[in-house]
Write a protein that binds this ligand. Sequence first.
Ligand code: AMP
Length: 423
Amino acid sequence: MITSVKGTRDLLPPDTRVWNRVEAVAREVFALYGFDEIRTPVLESTELFVRSVGESTDIVHKEMYTFTDRGDRSVTLRPENTAGVARAYVEHAMAQAGRPWKLYYIGPQFRYERPQKGRYREFRQIGAEVLGAADAAADAELLVMLFDFLLRLGFTGVSVSLNSVGTEATRPAFVDAIRSFFSSNEKTLGDDDRRRLAENPLRVLDSKDPAVRQLVASPGFPKMVDLLPTLDPASDAHYRELKVLLVASNVPFKEDPLLVRGLDYYTRTVFEMTAEGLGAQNALLGGGRYDKLVSDLGGPKTPGIGFAIGEDRLIDVLPEAFRKVTIDDVRPVTLIPLDRNDVADALVLAKELRGAGFAVDVVTAAKGPGYGLKVAERSGAAVAILLGQKEREERTANLKDLAGRTQEVIPRAGLIEALRARL
Ligand code: AMP
């Protein structure tokens, strides 16, 4: 037997109904905020992620699906989508439109991680990006939209962790402070963290090593936000304005001075949300501002901000009410021709009912009414209609209400009305 590749999985019905509904809600809500969809390729040049996500991040260092194609190019299955969106923005000279671009995407991403609950090698993200808007109002609006979306899925009590990671103005001082903090206890660091400290000390904050996490959480560990007022007053003002706007917009948040997110391109605002039932290491979504990403990729200086929701995780912790309503939403009418001679009649009637807006399933295997009724029940049908010679000649339908367990013979002329009353 050939099975699916480790860390990947099939999404099966009826769950796929839930996925589709969640995506439909995302499209509806994002459109209300002026966002349009972008679809970028799953396959990108490896260099795109090396230059944007960053060489010293876990993603680029050890999680990418990278291979050489038959034309000897190094290509990578995208591990995230922001880099692709920024590349497209530059490639299509979208800056020339002279307005901010608000784009959303929905699609698969690939990371070679250790599979566990909520962590897959192929997973899906729903994300949104605003390109060309620098002020804190854009950050606030994005978070307002995110909350609107989550509320419509039935989530309550969600809260965002928020931080500012400053800009190049503060990076060197912050990096120095981290290095000097670890100078006395470098021995506690494992190989990975020692590499991080040497290459890009900010990445030590991504460490999963409990001993290192404990050190990072200790009061003496340097905090970027403490450096902002003196070293980068503009970023400090941006952060303060964002907090004021979030309070005014009723968006609940907690400040987390240790939050940096595992990607190099962030500047100023970063945020993350975890959900009950996922475990503290598994964030439901993350995002932030990336004011240098577009210019780093060769485009004009363009500020940007965005988020990515882990769709697999979102669906794992989706409120039960939303899931149930979505799954119960499709309740077909099942037509059961009793004999071969009744099949044509069933197909004609099915077409008529579908034209009137009903989902109709015709049981085509002529195995008698017993099998037909079992199929109807197992597929969640609300109503089954038995069609035999008698019904065909008398222009009637034998309607079985599967929930109410009643049966009634109804003239064909009144059938649509009878179904409307029941469904
Ligand atoms: P990132 O692109 O790293 O900022 O992650 C954004 C969100 O994508 C995370 O908060 C997760 O919800 C989701 N995500 C990241 N990696 C995985 C994975 N391996 N499996 C499932 N979801 C993931």
